[in-house]
Ligand binder design. Structure first.
Ligand code: GTP
Ligand code: MG
Length: 609
C-alpha cells in the first residue's frame, strides 16, 4: 500500500492529463450536456440519418453523389456486419430531419421480394439501371470523409492485452482499457436509429409515441457490443410534471378504448401484439422473443442491419431515470467510468458476471457496488442519492405512472459537491477490492441513497437497496454461492494488485522482465474469456485463505470455540452446508497437489498475513 501512495502523485497527474485530453474537466462538469440534452441531441441526429446497405465502401462516392439531391450531408460512417460474408453499410447524416425524410420518402419497394412494403430509415443502394451514372461531384460540394469505424465490434482480446502490456503503469492500463472498450460514437448513433425505427413504425396511430434508449447504451458505462435497452411509451409522458396548466384546454377529446384488464396483463397483451408487429413488418428485426412473465416484461430481438441485441420494455421508467443517475455519476468525476470499466472487465474475465441473467451478479448491480464504494470513502468521490434528492427543485420532479418518485437534482452544481479525494485509479482499484473483501454481506445492505451500509432487511445473500424503489433489492437474484465467490475473487484481486505494485517498485532489471510478461491489469484478467465459471465450478484452486470464509468447528484445539451460526432460513442453511461440503473435498484434493508446488511461490507470502 505504501508503494502505492508513493506513486500516487505521478498517477494523479496521469488521469488529469487524460481527462484534459478527453475534454473533461476535473470536477463536476459545467457546460457538458446533461442527460436530457445528451438524449435529445442523439434523437435529433437519428432523425437526420439514414442507413444504406452498399456493396462495399467503394460505393460511397456514388451514394454521396446520389443522396446529395435530398440535402446537405454532414457526415458518413461505414461499418460492416459479418454474417456468412461481410455486409457493408453507410450511415449518412443530413443537416435536417426533413432532408432525411425526403431521402426515405424517395425510396421504392423492392419488387423482387414479396414482403409488405414498409418505410424505414434502413435502405439498400441498388446498382444504377440502364448504365445511367449519377452526376459527377462538384468542387463546391466536397465529399465528407467516410469514417470507417465499427460501431459494435469489440477489440480482439489478444490485441487489447497487447496494448495493456505496453502501457507504462497500471494507471495507464485502466485508461487504455476504458478508451478501447467503451461504446463509440457510431455505436450510440446506431442505437438511437434502432429506437427511431420503432417509434416511426407506430407514429401513424401514436404520433406522440417515444422509444427511449436507456441503460448502458446511454449512461456512459456501455462497452462496444452492449445491448440496447429501450422503453416504448405511447404518449410522451415521461413523468415530468407540467409546470403550468394549459390556459385554454381543447374541447375536442379523442375517443379512446378503455383498458379491460389490469395494468400488468394489459401491458403484456400490448407487448405480445407489438412483438408480432416487430416480427412481421420491421426490416432488420429478427429472432423476436417475448419474455412477458418477468417483473419487467420485455421483448428481445436482434437487429441484423445494426448487429444489435435489443430489449424493449413498456413499463420501466425507473430504469430510464436510473440511467440518468448513472450518467450523472459518470460525468461528476473522470475516474468513475475508467474505474468501473476495469472492474466490470475483471468480473467478466473471472466469470462473476455472465451475459445471461441468473444467480450471478449483474453488470448493473456491480456498477452499484462501484458507485457505493466511491460514496463511502473518507473523502467521497460521489454524493449520495439522498443528497441529490434533497437538492431537487420543482423542475426536477419526475413521478412514474405507478407513482415511483424519481425526483433528484439534475443540476449537480446546485448540490455544491466537490470531491477532495486525490487517489489515483490504481489506488482506487485496490481500495475497491479491499473494501469488498471485508464487507459484511451477511448482515449489511448497500444503500446508494445513504452512502453507508444499513442493516439487511431480509436473508438475501446480497442486498443492494434499489435506489429508486427502496423496498426492492437490486441483487435479489444473487445466490449465496455467488456472493461468496465474489468475496473470494475480490480478495484474490486485492492480493494480485498489491503484489503488482510491489513488483513495480523492484529494481530495473526485474521490472524489465516483468514488462515482457503479464503484469498489472493483465494479471487481473488472466482467466481466458471462454472459461466463464458456472456456479457448479465454484472454488477453483486459488491461493486464498478459503478456511477463513467459514466458521471453525467448535472443538479445534486450544482456539476459543466459535459460536455456531443459527440460520433463520432452512434453504440458506442447506446452501451453506453444501458449500462447506464442496469446499472440504476441494481442499482435500488441493492439499495433496498444491502443498509441494506452492512452498516457494511468492503467493504464499499472502497467506501468512
Ligand atoms: P449491460 O446491458 O450489461 O451493459 O448493462 P446495463 O446497465 O444496460 O444493464 P441492464 O441492461 O441489465 O439494465 C438496463 C438499465 O436498467 C440499467 O442501466 C439501470 O438503469 C436499469 N436497471 C436495471 N436493473 C434495475 C433495477 O433493479 N432497479 C432500477 N432502478 N433500475 C434498474
Ligand atoms: Mg443493457
Amino acid at each position: 500500500m505504501n508503494s502505492l501512495v508513493r506513486r500516487s502523485a505521478r498517477q494523479v497527474s496521469h488521469w488529469r492529463s487524460y481527462c484534459i485530453k478527453q475534454g473533461a474537466p476535473e470536477t463536476a462538469s459545467p457546460g457538458r450536456p446533461n442527460y436530457e440534452e445528451f438524449i435529445g441531441r442523439h434523437q435529433r441526429q437519428a432523425r437526420c440519418s439514414i442507413v444504406v446497405q452498399v456493396s462495399s465502401e467503394k460505393s460511397y462516392p456514388e451514394l454521396y453523389n446520389y443522396c446529395s439531391r435530398f440535402g446537405a450531408i454532414l457526415g458518413a460512417h461505414h461499418y460492416c456486419v459479418r454474417q456468412d460474408e461481410a455486409l457493408h453499410y453507410v450511415l449518412l447524416e443530413f443537416a435536417t430531419p426533413d432532408e432525411a425524410a425526403a431521402a426515405i420518402g424517395a425510396g421504392v419497394t423492392n419488387g423482387e421480394l414479396s414482403g409488405v412494403p414498409v418505410r424505414s430509415p434502413f435502405l439498400w443502394f441498388r446498382a444504377a439501371g440502364g448504365g445511367r451514372r449519377s452526376p459527377k461531384l462538384t468542387q463546391a460540394n466536397p465529399t465528407p470523409q467516410l469514417l470507417s469505424v465499427d460501431g459494435n465490434r469489440q477489440m480482439e482480446q489478444s490485441q487489447l492485452l497487447g496494448l495493456l502490456r505496453e502501457a507504462g503503469d497500471i494507471e495507464e492500463q485502466v485508461l487504455l482499457l476504458h478508451k478501447h472498450t467503451r461504446l463509440n460514437e457510431l455505436g450510440v448513433r446506431m442505437r438511437f436509429l434502432a429506437a427511431l425505427q420503432v417509434q416511426q413504425a407506430i407514429a401513424g396511430m401514436f404520433p406522440d409515441a417515444q422509444a427511449q434508449p436507456f441503460g448502458s447504451s446511454v449512461n456512459g458505462f456501455g462497452r462496444m457490443g452492449c445491448d440496447l435497452d429501450l422503453i416504448l411509451r405511447f404518449d410522451n409522458d415521461m413523468g415530468a410534471k407540467c409546470s403550468q396548466d394549459v390556459a385554454d384546454p381543447s374541447r375536442l377529446v379523442y375517443h379512446t378504448k378503455e383498458n379491460l384488464s389490469n395494468g400488468r396483463s394489459q401491458t403484456q397483451r400490448h407487448m405480445e401484439c407489438f412483438g408480432d408487429m416487430l416480427h412481421l413488418f420491421l426490416p432488420g428485426v429478427c429472432h423476436v422473443r417475448r419474455i412477458l412473465q418477468a417483473r419487467v416484461p420485455i421483448i428481445k430481438y436482434h437487429h441484423e442491419h445494426l448487429d444489435l441485441e435489443v430489449d424493449l420494455s413498456m413499463s420501466n421508467l425507473t430504469g430510464f431515470y436510473m440511467s440518468e443517475l448513472l450518467y450523472m455519476f459518470g460525468e461528476m468525476d473522470p475516474r468513475v467510468r475508467p474505474l468501473t470499466f476495469s472492474i466490470r472487465r475483471w468480473a467478466q474475465t473471472c466469470g462473476l458476471t455472465n451475459p445471461s441473467p441468473g444467480r450471478w451478479i449483474s453488470n448493473f448491480s456491480l456498477t452499484c457496488l462501484v458507485m457505493f464504494f466511491l460514496q463511502q470513502l473518507r473523502q467521497p468521490i460521489l454524493p449520495t442519492i439522498g443528497a441529490l434528492a434533497k437538492a431537487a427543485e420543482a423542475g426536477d420532479s419526475r413521478v412514474t405512472e405507478d407513482g415511483i418518485n424519481c425526483t433528484f437534482a439534475r443540476d449537480v452544481e446546485r448540490l455544491g459537491f466537490r470531491s477532495r479525494n486525490q487517489s489515483s485509479l490504481s489506488e482506487l482499484l485496490l481500495q475497491f477490492f479491499e473494501f469488498y473483501s471485508q464487507f459484511d454481506f451477511h448482515n449489511r445492505a448497500i444503500s446508494l441513497n445513504e452512502g453507508r451500509p444499513l442493516s439487511k432487511p431480509d436473508h438475501s445473500a446480497m442486498y443492494i437497496v434499489n435506489p429508486l424503489e427502496q423496498l426492492l433489492n437490486v441483487s435479489k437474484n444473487v445466490s449465496l454461492e455467488e456472493c461468496e465467490r465474489l468475496r473470494i475473487e475480490v480478495r484474490n484481486a486485492a492480493w494480485v494488485l498489491e503484489s503488482e505494485v510491489e513488483n513495480a517498485s523492484q529494481p530495473e532489471g526485474e521490472g524489465q522482465e516483468r514488462q515482457e510478461m503479464s503484469w498489472g491489469l493483465l494479471n487481473l484478467f488472466k482467466h481466458p474469456e471462454k472459461a466463464v465459471i458456472r456456479p457448479n465450478m465454484f472454488f477453483k484452486p486459488r491461493m486464498v485463505e478459503v478456511s477463513d470464509l467459514f466458521e471453525q468447528k467448535e472443538a479445534t484445539g486450544s482456539n476459543p470455540p466459535t459460536p455456531a451460526v443459527t440460520y433463520k432460513s432452512v434453504s440458506v442453511r442447506q446452501q451453506v452446508q453444501s458449500i462447506k461440503a464442496a469446499t472440504r473435498s476441494e481442499l482435500k484434493q488441493l492439499r495433496g497437489s498444491a502443498s509441494s508446488a506452492a512452498t516457494n511461490s511468492p503467493k504464499n507470502r499472502r497467506s501468512s498475513r
